[in-house]
Design a protein around this ligand. Structure first.
Ligand code: ATP
Length: 381
């Protein structure tokens, strides 16, 4: 299973420029999370701080009991081996072909023979649909292929935690859909903890178990996907719908006068930039048929049902609606009969029927439903 990442009060600035402060969140092991945020809010800085490439001013980032903010260089080196990172541009070495690029971490960090390395490299290239492209140089392939090659390289050390910085940037919607499926499939096969930084609303709506958002130098929210997807926070709604109307402006924030003027234009019928009203919880991507169920999804259900009563009503409703009838019985909850008619937007207080006894550990442990989860394809190195 992937590693848990516990972040507490993390704060980062460059000189006098504050990037974000007091970021507190936990990436649950083996679950997929997405971090959203307007350009320049420090999402990449956040990823780099998580792997110790940048040093936060204060706060903790604890992985397997080691706080990487304060630990020794030696410990940091060890903890970094748990990570696989896909940087925005793939960060491939331009003079090396794809095979050597992907083999690089194995040659640098392990004592594996070239025969063993070959087996792993070819397996990872196949996993990302790059079989046959081993001899190509990064400059000879498309942006989508470079991303996939970067992902192959991020996977060779069997990381417990995978960080992806805008895996969709520069890709067309179809290639983005393939990358989304690839990440879900990867999680089903490896059960690794995944954090994806993206601007892409489709990725955010369909891939993760948890979503967070950075804005105005703070973490606006982080939690189960249903919380953000049903949120009526102006900044979240604006971002999800890609509208000009709202608190986010061209230079991240805008003043009250600009907001009022834009609202007046919109009221007068001027297009606000959005095409759809994107709200509510849509079904999450499933692993490709034939692959194992995601173990993280099963764990997450138990985890989220424990905190269900603490979540906003619309999020509760979205979570309950995503359960099968059998699961609703198992957890002792049922969907509100009018939720569907309201598209998941219930009046506050008109909440799902929750068990009156609060959370209880079920007496019967469920058997895995359809398929038995096979062991991960590879052990951790
Ligand atoms: N090494 C650095 N030194 C000084 N400032 C930096 C450094 N790295 C990033 N910044 C600043 O931190 C801010 C956040 O940058 P970052 O790249 O993390 O934003 P982002 O949210 O990932 O943006 P985008 O979505 O456009 O990629 C920017 O103002 C950037 O100039």
């Amino acid at each position: 299973m992937g590693a848990e990442v516990v972040i507490e009060g993390l704060t980062k600035s460059f000189g006098k420029q504050a990037i974000w402060r007091d970021v507190t969140l936990t990436l649950p092991p083996g679950e997929v999370s997405v971090m959203l945020g307007p350009s320049g809010t420090g999402k990449s800085v956040f990823l780099k701080s998580m792997i110790g490439l940048l040093k936060p001013d204060r706060g903790k980032c604890v992985i397997n009991g080691v706080d990487i903010v304060t630990c020794s260089e030696h410990k940091l080196y060890e903890v970094r081996k748990l990570f696989g990172v896909l940087f925005q541009d793939g960060a491939l070495f331009g003079s090396m072909n794809l095979y050597d690029n992907v083999a690089f971490p194995l040659r640098e960090h392990t004592k594996k023979s070239e025969t063993e390395i070959r087996k792993i490299v070819l397996e990872k290239l196949e996993m990302t649909g790059l079989s046959g492209a081993e001899k190509k140089l990064p400059g000879e392939i498309s942006g989508g292929m470079r991303k996939r090659a970067g992902l192959s390289r991020a996977l060779v050390l069997n990381p417990a935690i995978i960080l992806c910085d805008e895996p969709d940037s520069g890709l067309d919607p179809v290639r983005t859909a393939y990358i989304s499926q690839l990440l879900v499939d990867l999680n089903s096969q490896t059960d690794s903890t995944i954090l994806i930084v993206t601007h892409n609303i489709n990725v955010a709506r369909t891939v993760p178990d948890n979503i967070g958002m950075l804005f105005r130098k703070e973490l606006v929210m982080f939690g189960p996907r249903e919380v953000l997807l049903t949120s009526d926070e102006p900044v979240v709604e604006q971002f999800l719908n890609g509208r000009r109307i709202g608190p986010i402006g061209m230079s991240e924030e805008k003043d009250q006068a600009t907001m009022e003027q834009e609202q007046a234009y919109a009221d007068a019928g001027h297009h606000d930039g959005s095409t759809d009203d994107v709200r509510g919880v849509v079904p999450q991507l499933q692993p490709t048929p034939g692959l194992p169920e995601r173990a993280g999804v099963r764990r997450r259900k138990d985890r989220v049902m424990r905190i269900l009563h603490t979540l906003p009503p619309n999020a509760q409703e979205g979570i309950i609606e995503s359960l099968s009838t059998e699961e609703q019985q198992y957890y002792g909850v049922r969907a509100h009969p009018v939720a569907r008619a309201h598209h998941g937007q219930l009046p506050t207080g008109d909440v799902a029927q929750l068990p009156d006894t609060g959370w209880r550990e079920p007496e019967l442990r469920r058997e895995p439903t359809t398929r038995r989860m096979p062991p991960p394809t590879q052990g951790r190195s």
